[in-house]
Structures are given as C-alpha cells and as structure tokens.
Design a protein around this ligand. Structure first.
Ligand code: FE2
Length: 425
C-alpha cells in the first residue's frame, strides 16, 4: 500500500497526466495512469507538480529587519552595507532567530524548501553565525539551510576577517564566502579570491562569493575565481553570486570570459530583484539594468540560478519568499520572453538552484525525496505569469503547507457566474 498517490499531474518537463507514487518519504514511481492502493490519493487535475523552489542566495541574518535602526535613503548597496553596520551592535541572538524562523514559515508556505544563506562573519562575536546555526538546527525537519561564511566587511579589509571566517567554518558553516569587490583594491580583491579558494580546497568545502556586485566594468574578480577554481581542482563546487559588473563589461572581454567560466565549471547566481534595484544607481539616463548576462551564460553551458537575496532588510524593502516573483523579475530584466527562455527562468529557481546548492535526491523521479509543490497552474510559464498559488507543499512525503486556490467570484452585468483566476481544468 502506497502512502500517497498523485494522479493526473503535469510536470515541469512537459509530461502530462502523470502519476507520482510515494512510499516512506520517497518517490517510488513516476508513470502515466498508475492505479494502485494508497492511504491517500490526490487528483492533480492537470495542475503542475514541481520539485520545490530553492533559493541559492539569501541573507537570513538580515531578513525582516527593515527599518532597523533606520531606512536606506539612497537605496544603494553601499548605504545598505553601512546601515547593516549600524544595526549589527543592536542585534540579539533571540531576535535574529525569531526573524529567520518567521521567514522560514513564509518560505515553506511558498514551496521554498532549500535556502543557501550567507551569514556575516565580520564581528568577532560571530553572533549572527551562532544564531543562524540554531535556525538551521530548528528548521532541519522542514527546510534545508546551507550557511555561507560571509565576510561582509571584507576578509582582508576588516581586522581579524580571515580568523573570524575560519572560526565560523569551525562552528559549522557549510560554504566559504567572500566579497572581493569590497576589498580595498583590485589587487586585494584578487588576493582574497585566491586565499578563500585555497581555504575551501584545504577544508573540502564549496565556495560561493559575492563577486563583482558593481557597475564597474573593470571589476573582474570572476576571472580570478574561475582561474583559482581550475588551479585548485574545485570544478563543480564554486559559485559566483551577482556578477553584475558583467552587465557593463566590454562585449569582447565578455566573449572571452564566459567560456572561461563554463570551462572552470563555475556556476552563477543572479539576484534579479536586488540587481534591478541596487545597480545603475550612479547612472543618470540611460540607467543600466545591472543584472549579469543570464541568457549568454546559459547558452555557454553555465548553470545559472536566481536568488532572492533579500527580503525586508537594509538593502531591500519588499519580498515575500516567493521564488516565482524572483523568476518573474529575472525573465523581464533578461528579456527571456521566448517559451524556452521562460521555462529556463523557472529552472533557475528550481533545478538549477538545487544544482548550485549541490542538493541530493532532488527532482520528481523514482528514488528521489517525495518533496514537491502542487501549483495552481498548468505549466511553468503559467506558474510564473500568475505567481501561482502553492496549493500543497510536501517534503519527504509529509504535507507541510496548504493554501486555498485563488479564485475571484465576479458579479458582472450580463455575466452570471463569472469567475477569474482558474487556470487549471
Ligand atoms: Fe547577497
């Protein structure tokens, strides 16, 4: 007897009328028209059953702190970093844990079941690290959290930066972070990339750096990151986050750089909501969009995912843990409006993000975790268009969240019984 049988589901790869059989928290079969006894059977009625959303770039230590101690007036990255510096002395472990747990609840409700969070290691107290390790422990039964040891103030620029980062790794942070464009000089930035990659190689850890989050076309730390990845044999374990300077780079240089990134097996994470609001702030008109070259990287074979980065914090006043909103913005900013492009944007917040995070057992296939989201949409494009309701969210066979279908009942002259927002059927 199966635990759960879902029938008549559409899958993101285009297969329709599929049955998904679940036993002991795992998917045991994915096939059309399966009939088998199950404790629970659910007719998906042609709606989309997707693997869970994954956020490969977030800051859980800063989330939901919007307005503390004041609001970012200029809206720039640099004022955001300064504001975070003002907030840090006021932080308590309890408040950090409480806000992150609240965000985790939002995430689960939105079918977001894996988050890679950068956590600031700059303060010698490592208070945010301890708080996020506690959050990771408490969320473990329902949400996968990876922690990146992130030297927000610069690993070389801030006193004790390297030591603090190493101590964060000793405490249990999973990934080596960095911020080369925030070091004092280009040379220091490159040195920080080398140093941090060597540290990751020594400890057998992945690398995920904030890299070239700048409109300066000469910010080329991604080149060093790709070089060090190859030199140290870190292929498949290194990610460059943001890479916004690539937006402003000379096309000739980009045409050399992108194949080097692909060759080094370095993945890329764009953060569309943040890139479109933080970049181009020094421009008058025309204003640059700032997001990295997503379709060009994808075409070269680079794994590209989209991250949320911020929700209601010193850098961004909006957001709700909705990775479809992230995909929607990424699609617009990158002008990925073809059918294939829109599907790639859905993959950027699901399978590509899972790949960046190195998640195992991910995806709707026999043998994988029975973790998936039933969306009120028929396919990935409709899901993005509608930022579709997450009707049901399962993790390892356990139902974690349900949201009623969105449906408006209209009272229109001459249109008795009219409704809106009923995509499936
Ligand atoms: Fe970030």
């Amino acid at each position: 007897m199966l635990d759960l049988l879902i029938t008549h589901a559409n899958l993101p790869d285009g297969r329709t009328d599929m049955s998904v059989a679940v036993q002991d928290g795992r998917i045991v079969e994915v096939t059309p028209g399966l009939q088998a006894p199950a404790h629970q059977t659910l007719d998906a009625a042609g709606q989309l059953l997707s693997p869970p959303f994954c956020d490969p770039h977030f800051h859980m230590d800063a989330t939901l702190s919007y307005g503390l101690p004041r609001i970012n007036q200029s809206g720039t990255l640099l004022e955001g970093i300064a504001l975070w510096g003002e907030l840090k002395p006021l932080l308590t472990e309890e408040a950090l844990v409480e806000r992150a747990l609240a965000y985790g609840d939002w995430a689960v409700a939105k079918g977001l079941l894996a988050i890679r969070s950068h956590v600031d290691t700059s303060d010698p107290s490592l208070l945010p690290v301890r708080a996020m390790l506690e959050v990771k422990r408490r969320m473990a039964p329902y949400l996968d959290v990876q922690l990146v040891a992130f030297p927000q103030d610069g690993v070389l620029r801030s006193p004790g930066g390297l030591d603090n980062l190493k101590r964060a790794l000793d405490l249990g942070a999973d990934v080596v972070g960095g911020i080369p464009h925030f070091e004092r000089t280009m040379a220091d930035g490159a040195a920080s990339v080398k140093l941090l990659c060597e540290l990751a190689a020594e400890r057998g850890l992945p690398v995920d750096m904030h890299c070239d989050e700048s409109d300066d076309p000469l910010s080329r730390h991604i080149e060093t990151l790709a070089y060090e990845t190859q030199r140290l044999g870190l292929q498949g374990r290194v990610n460059g986050s943001h890479l916004t300077s690539m937006h402003s780079m000379d096309n000739y240089y980009a045409s050399k750089l992108i194949p080097l990134i692909a060759e080094a097996g370095v993945s890329a994470v764009a953060n569309p909501l943040i890139n479109i609001t933080l970049q181009g702030r020094h421009d008058t008109y025309p204003k640059r969009r700032g997001m990295t070259r997503v379709p060009e990287l994808m075409a070269a074979g680079v794994t590209v995912a989209f991250g949320h980065d911020c929700v209601m914090d010193p850098w961004y006043s909006l957001g709700s843990g909705d990775m479809l909103e992230v995909a929607h913005m990424g699609l617009h900013v990158a002008q990925m409006t073809s059918q294939a492009g829109m599907r790639q944007c859905f993959e950027a917040v699901t399978v590509n993000a899972a790949q960046v995070m190195g998640l195992e057992g991910y995806g709707i296939a026999a043998g994988n975790d029975a973790s998936f989201v039933l969306l009120q949409a028929r396919d990935p494009v409709e899901a993005i268009r509608l930022r579709a309701t997450r009707l049901k969210v399962w993790r390892q066979g356990r139902l974690l969240a349900e949201t009623p279908a969105a449906q408006a009942r209209l009272s229109l002259p001459g249109r008795p019984g009219a409704t809106a927002f009923m995509p499936a059927g």
